[in-house]
Design a protein around this ligand. Structure first.
Ligand SMILES: Nc1ncnc2c1ncn2[C@@H]1O[C@H](COP(=O)(O)OP(=O)(O)OP(=O)(O)O)[C@@H](O)[C@H]1O
Ligand SMILES: [Mg+2]
Length: 288
């Protein structure tokens, strides 16, 4: 373990130590995943997510971040290793895990409230309770004023808020977020960072949040896993010891972000040297 000012960085071992005390809520142990095209998306990858912990996954395009979320969601099965939630193996999708994607993917013919209620209906929750829980989730993302509107009447940021409400209403044990803000302008994104921080502090789900944006990753998370590609794996674990609520300009967050950026740049150069191809401009995408 190394100390860097206000944060700790760990070289990730295949059996990374849980950051919380006691057993992790979600335990991913040594998972590998090869797609039927032959692409090895993840190799021997382990992460632990404690009860109520916010974990960010960052790394270059193609390093297996979405694959990791798909495995945790139970949409994909690992080739090796295991995934356990509260000690029980994950064998398929379930209401204990809810996903928010980059594209809100709302149902255009349904109002905001009915979009949010939809998953509860599938779970057989009675009508009155569905309505009550949907209104509560809509209030959480501060969209009470558009409850009866349709998705095409909303801004991109509002649609992402609906997608978050639709996940929160299920009261998942683990909230999975795959670049939920990457299609938004910088200003809206900053507002939603603050909102997500507030919602997280109010509801405290365990979160696995995927992003290319290093500052976003550090700002939101208790723990950031830095991944690498070829094949996908975890190369570093950062413990973000900054009290909440946080300010994006906190110097310790900048320090963590700079360390991650430096490592990604170095890796891009090493890979370029090894393959003879010029380094990707990819690191520019994470330097926002
Ligand atoms: N359905 C699929 N079939 C075949 N190969 C896939 C599939 N999905 C992903 N891959 C491959 O697996 C690897 C990891 O992909 P993944 O989508 O998990 O990466 P990522 O880190 O989420 O990338 P990005 O940041 O671009 O979203 C890549 O090489 C990708 O081409
Ligand atoms: Mg992805």
């Amino acid at each position: 373990m190394q100390m860097f000012g206000g944060f700790r960085a760990f070289h990730a071992a295949p059996d990374a130590v849980p950051s919380g005390t006691g057993a992790p809520a979600l335990s991913v142990r040594g998972v590998s995943k090869r797609y039927n095209t032959g692409a090895l998306a993840l190799t021997e990858t382990s992460i632990d997510v404690a009860e109520g912990e916010f974990v960010s996954l960052v790394g270059p395009s193609g390093c297996g971040k979405s694959t990791m979320l798909g495995l945790i969601a139970g949409l994909l099965a690992p080739d090796t290793g295991s995934i356990e939630l509260d000690g029980a193996p994950v064998t398929g999708p379930g209401g204990s895990r809810a996903m928010v994607f980059q594209d809100a993917a709302l149902m255009p013919w349904l109002t905001v409230r009915h979009n949010v209620e939809y998953g509860l209906r599938a779970q057989g929750v009675p009508r009155a309770e569905r309505r009550e829980r949907a209104l509560e989730a809509i209030a959480m993302v501060r969209l009470e004023h558009v409850t009866d509107r349709h998705p095409h009447e909303l801004s991109g940021g509002m649609r992402q808020r609906v997608a978050i409400a639709r996940a929160l209403v299920l009261r998942p044990r683990v909230l999975l977020m795959d670049e939920p803000f990457s299609a938004l302008d910088a200003q809206t994104r900053t507002v939603l960072h603050e909102e997500l921080q507030r919602i997280y502090l109010e509801t405290r789900p365990a979160v696995v949040f995927v992003t290319h944006n290093l500052m976003e990753a550090a700002f939101l998370a208790d723990t950031v896993y830095l991944m690498s590609s070829g094949p996908g794996r975890i190369v570093r674990r950062y413990s973000v010891d900054v009290a909440r609520p946080r300010e994006e300009r906190d110097p310790r967050l900048t320090e963590i972000r700079n360390d991650m950026l430096e490592r990604m740049r170095q890796e891009a150069h090493d890979q370029a040297a090894a393959t003879g191809r010029p380094p990707l401009a990819a690191t520019a995408a994470v330097a926002e």
